[in-house]
Ligand binder design. Structure first.
Ligand code: LMR
Length: 330
């Protein structure tokens, strides 16, 4: 009898401890805290932990501390981490190559056009297509429009001939770089600084917030403001984990994600503008503004990729986005 009492007490004790131990969400990403995504992840942590009264603990691991680009997607599928926000250019290796539609050069003129696509039926369809892969898409987060950096000035399409430019793992970005005669090199984000420093690559494309926080401007000589393409993110979670959460917790986390998304997207553009100013003020590289004619020359060369990529991402999807944004192919 005494043994039974002890056993019951122990079981109750274990249950109580279990009931109190928080649900841990490991949120891994590859950029610095002081970027749109870094700030978004911290905002989600703050809101989620406060609203669940400590029943959920969000551990944010920035700067590829836990995993690099490719590994983090594998870790999510295996359940080693619960949340990520990979750039939309990095979903190809998962088999979700339609996400690369966001990489098509010059397809978006501004953030409003972009959000018409993301926040409408096309965005919802893209997220839904992740579910058979064991992934739930929770939100789209902005970073911003891209600039080019290199160790030589890039103004004319001819300037790109033969130079090695780091890209993310996107076939559209590969085609974009080839369309201007450059030599694209796929590389994890965390390796770019060293590759620039040692001359493994001559340059890259990115947002100014990423360039500044990774100190790429210290190992590049020129930056061209081109806004030729966009970097944004899909915040994703492991479907099994998400579906297994208590319904009330999941509801609170959905609300926290909505509010963290608004915060991120409200601040992203200003973050990138501030980073460009800091880069220019550092005096470490020269900032080049394209004339409208020069930009038109880039656009003419790069937009050839829209046609070339129809087989990969689907002609219909590209046409739908043209309709949603008002883009007119030449
Ligand atoms: C890159 O790999 O260049 C970036 O997209 C990294 C990021 O997550 O912004």
């Amino acid at each position: 009898m005494k043994h039974i009492v002890i056993a019951v007490a122990l079981t109750l004790g274990t249950l109580a401890a279990w009931a109190q131990s928080p649900i841990v969400i490991k949120f891994s990403h590859v950029v610095a805290n002081d970027t749109p995504k870094g700030q978004g992840a911290l905002k989600f942590k703050e809101i989620a932990e406060a609203r669940t009264n400590g029943r959920v603990k969000v551990e944010v691991y920035p700067n590829s501390q836990l995993y690099k680009d490719k590994e983090e997607l594998e870790a999510l599928q295996l359940g080693a981490v619960q949340m990520l926000a990979p750039s939309l250019s990095k979903f190809g290796p998962l088999g979700a190559k339609e996400f690369e539609v966001f990489d098509l050069p010059f397809i978006f003129d501004n953030v409003a056009e972009l959000h018409r696509v993301m926040d409408g039926p096309t965005g919802a369809m893209l997220m839904k297509n992740l579910e058979p892969k064991g992934i739930v898409g929770l939100a789209f987060w902005d970073n911003g429009f891209k600039v080019m950096t290199a160790n030589k000035p890039l103004r004319r399409v001819d300037d790109f001939k033969g130079i090695k430019l780091r890209i993310q793992s996107s076939k559209v970005l590969e085609a974009q770089m080839r369309s201007i005669g450059a030599n694209p090199q796929v590389m994890a984000f965390s390796e770019v600084y060293q590759a620039m420093q040692t001359g493994v690559v001559d340059g890259s494309e990115n947002t100014t917030s990423n360039i500044y926080t990774q100190r790429h401007h210290e190992v590049q000589k020129f930056l061209t403001v081109s806004d030729h393409g966009y970097i944004g993110y899909a915040v994703v979670t492991n479907k099994k984990f998400w579906d297994g959460l208590p319904a009330d917790i999941r509801g609170i986390l959905e609300g926290a994600m909505r509010d963290a998304t608004k915060f991120t997207n409200d601040h992203a553009q200003a973050d990138n503008e501030a980073a460009l100013k800091k880069i220019a003020d550092s005096g470490k590289l020269q900032v080049i503004q394209l004339t409208p004619q020069e930009r038109a020359e880039w656009k003419k060369a790069m937009t050839k990729t829209h046609r070339q990529m129809e087989d990969r991402i689907g002609k219909e999807l590209i046409q739908t986005i043209y309709k949603e944004t008002g883009y007119k192919p030449e």
